[in-house]
Design a binder for this molecule. Structure first.
Ligand SMILES: O=C(O)CCC(=O)C(=O)O
Length: 277
């Protein structure tokens, strides 16, 4: 018996490569988390900003709570089984009327895993509409291997390498329109991207990238996992990440630095250019 997703939603995820919308919390709760992010940005500008956006669940208790949210974790258990660890998280923010976009890509390309069958919940903390540059997904595109990605490092492209798959047939693309507090879930090989935010308000999504069962192993870089549910993975490199006891807990802020460095080494492996995120 699934915990959160319906059988139809599980089928849809497996057949299309993604599923949405799934309500995680009320609109008010989501908007209050978006507000907490803004407060954190003004209180701790060195810790959280557009280029310091990875693994913020290790520095801020309210984002750690999202990574462990019952609805999110229940949905992951429905898709991945009972033993789950989180690889990383990314705060994807696009300011109003900004040129920032995300080119067509497959997440698994530079993650260095032995399998791409992992899942990423993307939680809308504000509305995410077509005008605001919501994600778009190419249905069933996950049923293929990783395609060639051209690393553009384009300034407006907010992917690490600005990597893009060229000539994607987007005639069947689905716009992942979400209300605050809803999430989508996509798999590691589905082709997706997002256009610039042409709206008047900021668009904020928190991507838990990605939840993995123990059968999926890191083949590049070190194993650094946030334990989520079931059996604790035994393949941690040196340290098991802890949960922040409060915002800016010095123990986990320092663990975040280590996790971010490892993430950067993995994502930019083989690249001559390295951005700060
Ligand atoms: O937030 C976006 O616009 C893109 C996010 C994305 O590519 C992802 O979560 O994998």
């Amino acid at each position: 018996m699934p915990k959160v997703l319906t059988k139809q939603q599980i089928k849809s995820y497996r057949e299309e490569g993604f599923v949405f919308p799934i309500r995680v919390m009320s609109e008010d709760e989501a908007l209050s988390i978006a507000q907490k992010i803004e407060n954190a940005e003004s209180l701790y500008p060195e810790e959280i900003h557009s280029e310091s956006r990875n693994n913020l669940h290790l520095s801020f208790r309210f984002l750690d709570d999202l990574a462990h949210n019952d609805v999110v974790v229940g949905a992951m258990e429905d898709l991945l089984g009972p033993d789950i660890a989180l690889w990383a998280s990314v705060l994807f923010s696009k300011g109003p009327s900004s040129g920032h976009y995300v080119s067509w890509h497959q997440d698994a390309t530079y993650m260095g895993m032995n399998s791409n069958d992992f899942a990423t919940p993307w939680i809308a903390l504000t509305a995410s509409t077509i005008e605001m540059g919501c994600m778009s997904m190419i249905p069933r595109s996950h049923k293929q291997e990783i395609l060639y990605h051209n690393d553009t490092f384009d300034n407006d492209n907010i992917l690490t390498r600005g990597q893009e798959i060229k000539d994607v047939d987007d005639s069947n693309a689905i716009d992942v329109i979400l209300k605050p507090g809803e999430m989508s879930i996509h798999c590691g090989t589905v082709i997706h991207g997002s256009r610039p935010n042409q709206g008047k308000h900021r668009r904020v999504g928190f991507a838990l990238q990605s939840y993995m069962p123990p059968s999926i192993k890191q083949t590049l870089g070190d194993n650094i996992w946030t334990h989520i549910s079931g059996e604790i993975r035994q393949d941690h490199k040196g340290v098991t990440l802890q949960r922040p006891r409060y915002d800016m807990d010095p123990v986990t802020v320092s663990q975040r630095k280590m996790a971010d460095k490892n993430l950067s080494n993995i994502l930019y492996n083989g690249s001559k250019v390295k951005r700060k995120y």
